[in-house]
Each structure stands twice: as structure tokens, then as C-alpha cells.
Design a protein around this ligand. Sequence first.
Ligand code: 3PG
Length: 210
Amino acid sequence: MKDKAAEKIYLNGITPVIVLDSSEHAVPLASALMRSGIRVAEITYRTAAARDSIKEIRRALPDMLVGAGTITSIDMAKDAINAGAQFIISPGLDAELVEYCSREKILVIPGVATPSEAQQAVKLGLTLVKVYPAEILGGTAFIKALSAVYNTLRFMPTGGINADNLMEYLDVPSVASCGGSWLCPLKLIEEGKFDEIEQIAKAAVLKMHD
Ligand code: 3PG
């Protein structure tokens, strides 16, 4: 993958999807992920804490690649990039948002859920897309069907992925990384149980390297 951020996402194999209600948790959580061997994080822009969380992680953990998720408008992308986001993830495909990020030279990974959207992603010059919501769309069978016809695309399935089906997805050659929230349950974050999160993440990393 020629994009550095995309290459890092691919090398990590898992992209944790993180919802934070307080930016105080951002650095302890990202540190726990790093101790487990995961050096990429998607902070969802669904809470008011997202912006500061990205800022804090960028400041404290320069080796972590931090992106913003659930970006659904150019204004949100602008805000996230200003906060320090190194990549942008969107649940859907919006040509204007993709073009904006391309102009800003920031990796954008929009979601596709149909062949038409995959085709449009290719037309927009993309090589990495999210498949969302992966399990509902048909899981690995859906991704294999898309890969057969859009063979320049690599996929980041998200939605319904967990420790049990992770390897099924990662065994598909066109899957670059699996996104998922299962590594960082909100309850454990709120209770400050970052060691438990580290163990969940470690277990996933061990599975990948088995
Ligand atoms: C997202 O927030 O991008 C997805 O809802 C994550 O899906 P999951 O919670 O099933 O991993």
C-alpha cells in the first residue's frame, strides 16, 4: 500500500473502534492498546470528547496512528484533521468528502455496502474502503464477491466483528484490517479497567499471529 497510514493500518490488522465519553480516558486507553501491540486507533466522532481525545493521543503517543471515525461531513473532517486525525473513516461513501480528504492529503476510508458504491470508490481513486455493516451484509462471502469484481480494492470490514470471527475475515486476502469495538467496551473504559482492555487486545493480537 503506497499510503503510509494505510500501510500501518494493514500491518496492524485490527483497527479498534473507540467511543470515549471523556478525553481523560484517551491516553490510558491508547497506552493499553499499544502495550498489547496495537498501534492504531479510530476515535469515533460521535461524542463531544472525540476532538480532545485525538489531540491528547497525538501529543502523548507519537507512535500511535490515530484516526477519526463516523465522519459524515466535510465540516467534521475539517475539525478532526485540525485536532490531529491522521485518517478519516466514514460509514458511507460521499464523493465530496472523499475529494476533500484527498485534497488535504489525508487518508480517507469510506464505507461501502453495495457493488455500485465499491465501483464509485474505484472511480474516486480509492484502494482501501470500509465494508459496513460487515456481518449484516453477508460477512466474508460478501467481501469475496466484491473482491472478485473490484480486484484493486482492499477492505476494512467493520460491524459485528469480534474475537470469534476475526480470523475468518483476516483470512480473506483482500481484507486489509478488521475494525471493531469489541476490544474497547465502554463499560471497561468508564471503570478505568485498562488492564482488562489490554488483555482483550493481547488475545486478539495473539490470534492474529498464531
Ligand atoms: C462503528 O462504530 O464503526 C461500528 O458500529 C462498529 O461496529 P461493532 O460495534 O460491531 O464493532
